[in-house]
Design a protein around this ligand. Sequence first.
Ligand code: PEP
Ligand code: MN
Length: 334
Amino acid sequence: MKTDATPEQEKAVIKRIEEMGFKSHVIHGQDRDVIGAIGHEKKKLDLMALQTHAGVEAVIPISKPYKLAGRELHPKPTAVKVGSLKIGPGTFAVMAGPCSVESEAQIVKTAQSVKAAGAQILRGGAYKPRTSPYDFQGLAEEGLRLLEIAKAETGLPLVTEVMSQRDVERVERSADILQVGARNVQNFALLKELGQAKKPVLLKRGMSTTIKEWLMSAEYILSEGNRDVILCERGIRTFETATRNTLDLSAVPVLREQTHLPVIIDPSHGTGVRDYVPPMAMAAAAVGADGLMVEVHPTPETALSDGAQSLTLEMFSAMMAKLKPLIELVGRSL
Ligand code: PEP
Ligand code: MN
């Protein structure tokens, strides 16, 4: 829109866009508003007629397939709000906790300890995507209840995975951030459902998804109306077997160029080995990530899932102490 376009002109443009069968998406900028028209490529020529509409400065086609996740329509980086926290530029969000919620004592003890060490968000899986159906599948609703107890004890907001479309409503009632796991990154029915949710979504990269495919998955959520998506790189599958996955830290600068969405790093699934987690967490801060997701367990040797990659409470505190000056050095605050 022109810098002096009136609200009436803006409304009239939105009406025309919607009449043509597009969805509108308004971005309020400092000196002008941009109205995104999202819809089928085939009909994009119709939009050109808006060129002469009152208040319109220019009609510009977006070249990337991810219209809402891309930077063309939305050049400034997005900060996703979680209660009083902001995940995005200038901050460094640390989400920590066990792979799975196992008991009240386990989750509350972990929450208190990671909070004291500087974590701002508690993680813990209640619905677990396990390779074997005979492995621990998570405590489900009981796990959500225990997470709520840990939140009440510490004030930490919660991030937890939702595996199925069927569970979105229930998980949304307990969680502050809804996690989509690597295995569900292209579960489009789930993504569409999460696009209707009122809570931010943490979208993990699949073990074999390209950055472009991953951004198209983010687009599924954004195009349904949920604008709060956080991307989480958690390692991809390569020929290397010394680590569980290969943590693709170069995804961070690529994503910075391609998207305005915040990007966090999960060095736990990214390496699969406890001792490799702190150095990769440092690297994540250095490369410009917006935060971390780290698995921490009071007794990793008894953990019901991912014990080998879980930090002890002491290791997590030591890692945070080393990270703090680096986070400041890169111009961010915890
Ligand atoms: C997890 O966060 O515990 C998890 C299952 O992660 P991912 O989906 O990245 O494997
Ligand atoms: Mn895990």
